[in-house]
Structures are given as structure tokens and as C-alpha cells.
Design a binder for this molecule. Structure first.
Ligand SMILES: Nc1nc2c(ncn2[C@@H]2O[C@H](COP(=O)(O)OP(=O)(O)OP(=O)(O)O)[C@@H](O)[C@H]2O)c(=O)[nH]1
Ligand code: SF4
Ligand SMILES: [Mg+2]
Length: 456
């Protein structure tokens, strides 16, 4: 088969090297959404948390119409994305559309701040929203805003007529006076720490003192003067776990392996040079790729591997959805529209019918596809990718991602899964299920763009 793919282009294996390396990538930031009724003070609270006028506020209900994303550093929480939303009690055709957009934010929300207006109190809106958040296992902080307008928070109506129960404990704040904001931050820090207990890139694969060899080819596609994001993240992850990172080009791999007195715990390579790295790495040393590490980190690797196996059942004419999570510049040899379709059709032996979507939403008719191939989701946080995978699983459709699909189509999946025996077993099992359920642990969004085409 043709050359093996690279981990270094934005969509190939889906781990972009495009973000400024001095900034925490969006997908790594804690996503905090402020939700509540119109005029509750959500935008004012964002400004109070940020100590800046980042959101427009006004006494006119419905000021915020679309979700607004603001990446910032909130000390001591760290890098976050604050998401301002439209009021969930909005009405009319436009209002319903705004509510729908606000609720779609839940797919990527790590922590929710449910903002209650002290003047209106706790009601059925809040009841319904809290149940929704609980059902999605989204840790939630309840905030009673405008507490400067009521004497004692305890005097606030705890249940408006029709509300089913008392409200849970809330934090009284005044965005207006800046009161209670530190308490709110403390609650966010605590919840942030617990939601961050998600898999690290290699934390479970290495022990203190282990050496991991990272193979990073420096070819014409490598950006000048710097490493790409996945390489930087891998080095940082190893340092976090007190392991040693030995970074080499493929041309230096053999001498690096010879120099080491004990075998490295793992070799991680860019898929582009997999063939040569596979030959140079003795079978007793575990070998994987950056794409696979990130597929595991962002999603449910077993589900994705199971989805890749479903390629075996594809027949010419079958419908395949290629889902990219953001719009990006396409090159002539684009991975999602050119390379993967070409490799798939070589494998299947005829043309397939493709639908491409890009942006924040997946199409409604997921069950009409034989296979979904998702991008590497570098711009998504883990929660958002898992939400998307879960939707596809519920539709009963197999799903793979770029990295896993490419590895499968190039015959390297088995070796790159060697560090993950349980996932390898999925690949080696006879059946091709559409994936197992999983637990959710964890710039303005472009609207979905859909394009269907039968390749001839
Ligand atoms: N007294 C007082 N007024 C507040 C406080 N927080 C917000 N307000 C006022 O409440 C009104 C609504 O505030 P916003 O922050 O725009 O509320 P919102 O929830 O973003 O409103 P929508 O975008 O319309 O859903 C504005 O007039 C604010 O000045 C507060 O803590 N105390
Ligand atoms: S989110 Fe997906 S489409 Fe966007 S750059 Fe990353 S891998 Fe490519
Ligand atoms: Mg607002």
C-alpha cells in the first residue's frame, strides 16, 4: 500500500499541530457552562469570574442569543473555557432555537454553573435543568445570583408554585458587587479536580524512571522551529509521570535503542514512518502511534477499533459518514475527503456513497449509515467526543476515527494496539459489534455543513 500516514497534519489521526504551543489547546481546557433563565445574571457572572467585560450584559431579557466561548486562565483553576448561554426559558420560534443551542453546549460541558436569580427564586425551570444535568452526570454548582437584592439568601423562595422540591444547597453571590465569587471559584476548583480524573496519555503505561522513545520525523510537512502539539503533549505527559522522553527522528532510532542500557517501556511513532519504525523496533518492545494514544485519550478506543473492523463488511455503494468536528483548510490531498475515501475504496473494491459533515453537530439520520469515520477530535474535549460516540452507538452504527481507520487500512493496527491487550482482543475477536457503552468522565462553533456525494 502507499505511504503510511502522518500524525502531523491537522486532521490526520486528528491531532492538530495548529494551536499556538504557548497556549493550552481548547480540547484540554476545563469547559464551564453558565446556564439558567434569562436575566439571571449569567453574563455578569462570567465577567465577574474573568475580571473583565467579556460578555454583554443588560436588563433586557434575552441579551445573550448564541453560546459564547471564552478561553481564559482563571487562577487558580487554570486554563478554562467559559461558556455563556442564552436563557433556557426563552420563548417563540427564535427562542426555542436559542434554547436548543444552549442545550447543545451540554455535550461539551465539564462543569455546569446553574445560575438562579434571587428575585425569582428556584422554580420548575431549575428543577428540569438540574435533572437534565444529573442525567448526564455533569457536576453542577448552584449559584444564587443577585443576592445583594435580597436580605438573607434563606429568605429567597425555595420553591415557586409547581416546583417539585426544595432546591439543593447553593452559593449566594452577587456578580454586581463581586461577592461570593471566591466561594464559587473554590467550588469550581474542587469539581475541576474530580472531573480531571480521566485517562492521561500514557500515565497508566509508564512508571517512574521508565524511558519512552518518541519518533518525530522532521520532514517538509513539519512546522519550522517547533514540535507539533501531540509531540509536545506526549513529552509533558511523560514528565508529569516522572518518566523519561527520548525524542529522535526515525534515522536515529536504531542507535538510540542500542544506546539504552535497558529496553524502553514504549516506542511511540508518527504513523508516517511506521513501516521503518516497526522494522527497527524489536518485537519484545511495545510500539504504538501518537494517533492511537490520542484516540484512546479522547474517546473510547475499543469502540473505535470495533468500528474499524466493520470496514470488512462494507460493500460498494454503502453509505459512509465522515464527520469532522471543525472546519479547516483543506489541501489537495485532504485526509477526510481524498485519502481515506481512496484507501477505503481500494479495500472495498468499488465506490462508496459519502456524506461529509463538519462542525459541532452530527446529522439526525445517523442510522442510515453503514459506518461513521470521525476525525481525531483535537479541538474537542473528551466529554464532547464521548457524547458524540455515544450518540453513534445508540444509533447502532459502527464508528472508527481517522487514526484507527488509517492504521487498520495499512495493516498496522494490531502492532500499534500491542500496549493495550484488552483493545487488541476486540480487534482479534470474531464479531464486529458497534461498540460498548462507556461512562462519561469527563471560537464559536461552526454550524454543521453537510454534503453528500456518490463517488464514481
Ligand atoms: N443587583 C444585581 N443585578 C445584577 C446582578 N447580576 C446581574 N445583574 C443585572 O441583571 C441584568 C441581567 O444580567 P445579565 O448578566 O445580562 O443576565 P443574563 O443571564 O446573561 O441574561 P440573558 O443573556 O438575557 O439571558 C443586568 O441588568 C445586570 O446588571 C447582581 O448580582 N446584582
Ligand atoms: S477537530 Fe477534527 S477536523 Fe478539526 S483539526 Fe482536529 S482532527 Fe481536524
Ligand atoms: Mg447573557
Amino acid at each position: 500500500m502507499a505511504t503510511t500516514p502522518s500524525d502531523s497534519s491537522p486532521t490526520d489521526g486528528g491531532i492538530a499541530g495548529i494551536a499556538g504551543l504557548s497556549e493550552t489547546p481548547r480540547g484540554e481546557r476545563l469547559h464551564i457552562a453558565l446556564l439558567g433563565r434569562r436575566n439571571a445574571g449569567k453574563s455578569s457572572l462570567i465577567n465577574a469570574l474573568a475580571h473583565q467585560e467579556v460578555a454583554i450584559t443588560s436588563s433586557i431579557p434575552g441579551t445573550t442569543t448564541d453560546p459564547v466561548y471564552k478561553a481564559m486562565e482563571i487562577l487558580p483553576i487554570g486554563p478554562v473555557v467559559l461558556i455563556d448561554t442564552a436563557g433556557l426559558d426563552d420563548e417563540g420560534i427564535l427562542g426555542e432555537e436559542r434554547v436548543r443551542k444552549s442545550l447543545s453546549v451540554l455535550d461539551k460541558t465539564d462543569i455546569a454553573v446553574l445560575v438562579v436569580d434571587a428575585l425569582t427564586g428556584w422554580g420548575t425551570w431549575e428543577d428540569t435543568l438540574l435533572v437534565r444535568l444529573n442525567n448526564r452526570a455533569i457536576p453542577t454548582v448552584l449559584v444564587l445570583n443577585k443576592s445583594d437584592l435580597v436580605g438573607e439568601p434563606a429568605q429567597v423562595r425555595t420553591a415557586t408554585p409547581g416546583s417539585s422540591r426544595e432546591h439543593p444547597p447553593w452559593i449566594p453571590v452577587s456578580a454586581y458587587q463581586g461577592r461570593g465569587i471566591d466561594l464559587l471559584k473554590e467550588a469550581l476548583i474542587q469539581l475541576g479536580a474530580s472531573t480531571r480524573e480521566e485517562p492521561s496519555l500514557m500515565g497508566d503505561l509508564v512508571s517512574t524512571g521508565d524511558t519512552v522513545v518518541l519518533v518525530a520525523p522532521i520532514d517538509r510537512s513539519a512546522p519550522k522551529g517547533r514540535l507539533i502539539l501531540p509531540q509536545v503533549q506526549a513529552i509533558r505527559d511523560l514528565l508529569d509521570h516522572r518518566a523519561q522522553a527520548l525524542v529522535v527522528q526515525e534515522t536515529e532510532l536504531a542507535s538510540a535503542l542500542n544506546t539504552l542500557q535497558t529496553a524502553p517501556r514504549l516506542v511511540v511513532t508518527d504513523s508516517q514512518v511506521f513501516k521503518i519504525v516497526n522494522e527497527l523496533t524489536p518485537p519484545h518492545i511495545s510500539l504504538t502511534s501518537f494517533s492511537i494514544l490520542f484516540a484512546r485519550y479522547k474517546g473510547n478506543l475499543s469502540q473505535l477499533v470495533s468500528g474499524a473492523k466493520a470496514i470488512e463488511n462494507l460493500k460498494p455503494g454503502d453509505q459512509v459518514l465522515i464527520a469532522e468536528a471543525c472546519t479547516h483548510h483543506r489541501t489537495d490531498d485532504d485526509i477526510g475527503t481524498v485519502k481515506i475515501p481512496r484507501w477505503l475504496e481500494q479495500k472495498v473494491g468499488g465506490p462508496l456513497s459519502y456524506t461529509w459533515v463538519s462542525g459541532g453537530t452530527l446529522p439526525e439520520n445517523l442510522d442510515s449509515f453503514k459506518l461513521v469515520i470521525h476525525c481525531g477530535a483535537c479541538m474537542l474535549n473528551r466529554r464532547q467526543m464521548l457524547s458524540r460516540l455515544e450518540r453513534i452507538r445508540r444509533a447502532g452504527v459502527p464508528v472508527a476515527n481517522y487514526g484507527v481507520t488509517i492504521a487498520y487500512l495499512h495493516g498496522i493496527l494490531e502492532r500499534v494496539l500491542s500496549p493495550f491487550p484488552q483493545v487488541l482482543a476486540v480487534l482479534q475477536s470474531a464479531s464486529t459489534p458497534s461498540g460498548s457503552p462507556h461512562t462519561l468522565s469527563g471560537k464559536p462553533e461552526a454550524p454543521a455543513q453537510t454534503q453528500t456525494q456518490i463517488r464514481t
